[in-house]
Design a protein around this ligand. Structure first.
Ligand code: HEC
Ligand code: HEC
Length: 225
């Protein structure tokens, strides 16, 4: 429990039901084996945010973490699936795909969502969609660059150092600016992702789009390396 709370709970939650990372209380019910999970912890999941426990963590501690997670394991889904994925896909195409790629198609202002179903707990998806998340994902922080002349340029920050900033603007053009030559470079408070509150997405449409996202598995990192 001590190691889990210190090293896993930030992402998976103190109850292992997921925050930024997925719910891991159902991995056994879904058919994962102890040996397979041991490898997942040892190696992490390549090309995702799931880190390896690191070479310095002895095998016995990896087993201790798993033994603790097993005490939190749930036999059946905590949250029975609701929503209609097919309708969700339609809603996604109409409202979201202009900024998000899924399996190689869509816009690039927001992060690729091809694997978001494996990577996030349901609540995290809902909160992001309705605009209840504070702070932005690295590489997607909202920024406005105002040149000496002309209109301010809105976008997301791809890189920054003391002297320059590189942004992707809302038309997906990537451009670097020397801060000194600009009138202003300001971090915005509001995420570049519009909030889809009840005025824009009904509860049932929200359930549908979340159901669609939950089904996405994108690439298989085990194969892809
Ligand atoms: C920085 C965030 C982060 C930390 C820290 C983290 N994880 Fe993860 N974990 C994730 C993400 C994201 C995934 C989903 C990866 C994917 O498949 O796309 C994941 C996946 C997993 C899976 C696989 C779930 C499945 O369905 O196969 C297990 C098991 C797991 N984590 C356990 C742990 C344990 C135990 C720890 C602590 C030793 C830990 N994680 C630390 C983010 C994290
Ligand atoms: C105008 C562009 C835009 C539109 C339209 C848009 N998004 Fe986003 N989305 C973003 C950006 C930019 C981010 C990163 C935001 C941040 O971290 O501040 C993001 C983040 C997300 C995330 C979190 C990803 C992660 O890695 O945790 C999810 C989930 C998401 N969007 C879903 C949706 C859904 C569903 C819709 C449609 C209902 C949608 N978005 C519409 C731009 C957009």
């Amino acid at each position: 429990m001590g190691i889990f709370r210190a090293r896993c709970a930030d992402c998976h939650g103190i109850d292992a039901r997921g925050i930024r990372g997925p719910d891991i209380t159902r991995v056994w019910a879904e058919g994962r084996t102890d040996g397979g999970l041991f490898q997942t912890l040892r190696n992490g999941v390549p090309n995702t945010e799931m880190p390896s426990v690191g070479a310095r963590t002895p095998d016995v501690e990896v087993w201790q973490i798993l033994a603790y997670v097993r005490t939190l394991a749930a036999p059946a889904p905590n949250d029975p699936p609701r929503g209609n994925a097919q309708n969700g896909e339609r809603i996604f195409r109409a409202n979201c795909a202009s900024c998000h790629q899924v399996n190689g198609k869509g816009g690039r202002l927001g992060p690729d969502l091809s694997r978001i179903g494996a990577a996030r707990a349901r609540d995290a998806l809902v909160n992001q969609i309705v605009g209840a998340v504070e702070g932005s994902r690295l590489g997607y922080e909202p920024v406005t660059v105002t040149p000496q002349e002309g209109q301010p340029i809105h976008g997301v920050k791809k890189n920054e150092d003391l002297f320059s900033v590189q942004i992707m603007d809302t038309r997906e053009r990537i451009q670097g600016y020397e801060k000194e030559k600009m009138k202003a470079v300001a971090d915005d408070k509001k995420s570049a992702m519009p909030a889809f509150g009840p005025d824009r997405l009904s509860q049932s449409d929200l359930d549908d789009v979340v159901r669609y996202l939950q089904g996405l598995r994108g690439f298989d990192p085990a194969v892809r390396q």
